[in-house]
Write a protein that binds this ligand. Structure first.
Ligand SMILES: [Ca+2]
Ligand SMILES: [Ca+2]
Ligand SMILES: [Ca+2]
Ligand SMILES: [Ca+2]
Length: 383
């Protein structure tokens, strides 16, 4: 063997050995498989509602179905007024469209009043010709059991608006709406409460509140009796987190250390894990992302769940929590080409106390390498 060849072989051996020592001293950081895991699953039911955005996607706890209504197909398109219901246990979408339903409607407020077993819809916009944007200020109540919509015609209503946020406070039996884009122009930051039983809207008068905005994410943390508001758009995309207490009529700026990503249409509250869940949105570069975050009001903490296999990146996506099955459901959103990539897919997010790999004893750090080899880190760069 020539001297040069021996030197080359020694050099390669040195690189391999030092590389091994470096990895041994600096194991790659990865998920701990002994920890509980969150898993996204694409449901792929045989029928799905036609893709759209600006719809509602809301869980009726009494009937154990998630209801979808209305929405729009983008600029130059149409506004819709079809009603669908998704049954997670059967993995079936059912077309429930009825003539008693509201007219075409998009970007409206929606919440499920569990005490009265009604889905409440307010406001929104429609386009008669694919161009002009007109608003509605009606309040509707949908009863899935009888498949009937009722126009409530309350004496007083909030000003007409679109892209405002809604959640139902089950402790106080009130539907709460916040903000949006007013029909008269400009954004607003008002708080209103609706009681279906007396058919009355009441404007609240909190001393401080989130700034005027639209596209905020809202969900009700029933364990803490607080409505959580995150993000929203105005001059840019906001990343602040607020909590509203209807009983005290107070908005509290939570100022958590970290924050999730705004730009999704709806977040869900998982009552088993006592966290709000968001998926997707627009990152700092305003690119669509596919990250799953949770917010825990009790500890005032945002956490990135760092799930390896996720739905594709999207904004304006919808989350609803199916309490009977303890899964968070995802419907649609806008993909990376915005209205040229409207999504209509159905996914579920499930939490398991013990991950699939938890019985295998794998040295810390090598789990990440193993997951890469078996192809479970495909989406890691997006997380
Ligand atoms: Ca029902
Ligand atoms: Ca009620
Ligand atoms: Ca309350
Ligand atoms: Ca809580």
């Amino acid at each position: 063997m020539k001297k040069g060849t021996i030197l080359a072989v020694l050099l390669v051996v040195l690189i391999v050995v030092s590389g091994g020592v470096w990895i041994w001293m600096n194991p790659p950081v990865g998920p701990d498989v002994t920890e509980p895991t969150w898993t996204w699953t694409e449901m792929s039911p045989s029928t799905e509602p036609p893709a759209r955005n600006g719809n509602c996607f809301i869980y009726d706890a009494e009937s154990d179905v998630t209801v979808l209504f209305g929405g729009d197909t983008g600029p130059g398109g149409v506004t819709l007024n079809d009603t669908w219901a998704y049954d997670y246990d059967q993995n079936t979408w059912m077309n429930k469209t009825t003539e008693s339903g509201p007219p075409e409607l998009s970007a409206f407020n929606v919440a499920y009043d569990s005490e009265s077993d009604r889905i409440i819809v307010f406001g929104g916009w429609y386009t008669p010709d694919g161009e002009a944007i007109l608003h509605r200020g009606d309040t509707w109540a949908y009863d899935y059991n009888t498949n009937t919509w009722e126009n409530m015609s309350p004496a007083v209503s909030p000003p007409m608006r679109r892209y405002s946020s809604t959640a139902y406070d089950s402790d106080s039996d009130r539907v709460i709406i916040f903000g949006g884009v007013l029909a008269t122009g400009g954004t607003t930051g008002d708080t209103w409460a609706y009681d279906y039983n007396t058919n009355t809207w009441e404007e609240m008068n909190p001393t401080s509140r989130p700034s005027s905005r639209f596209y905020s994410l809202m969900a009700y943390d029933s364990e803490s009796d607080r409505i959580i508001l995150f993000s929203g758009a105005g001059l840019g995309i906001f990343t602040d987190t607020w909590a509203y207490d209807y009983n005290m009529d107070t908005w509290e700026n939570m100022n958590p250390d970290d924050h999730g990503i705004g730009g999704a249409a709806q977040m869900a509250y998982d009552s088993v894990n006592d966290v709000c869940i968001t998926f997707g949105g627009l990152d700092d570069e305003e690119e669509v992302c596919n990250v799953t975050w949770t917010y825990d009001y009790n500890t005032n903490t945002w956490s990135n769940l760092s799930i390896n296999i996720c739905p594709c990146g999207r904004e304006r996506s919808y989350l609803a929590y199916d309490a009977e099955s303890d899964v968070t459901l995802l419907y649609g959103g806008l993909g990376e080409d915005w209205y040229d990539s409207i999504l209509g897919d159905t996914w579920s997010l499930e939490y398991e106390e013990n991950g699939e790999m938890s019985t295998m004893i794998i040295p810390n750090g090598w789990q990440w390498v193993l997951a890469t080899v078996v192809g479970e880190n495909d989406n890691l760069h997006n997380n």
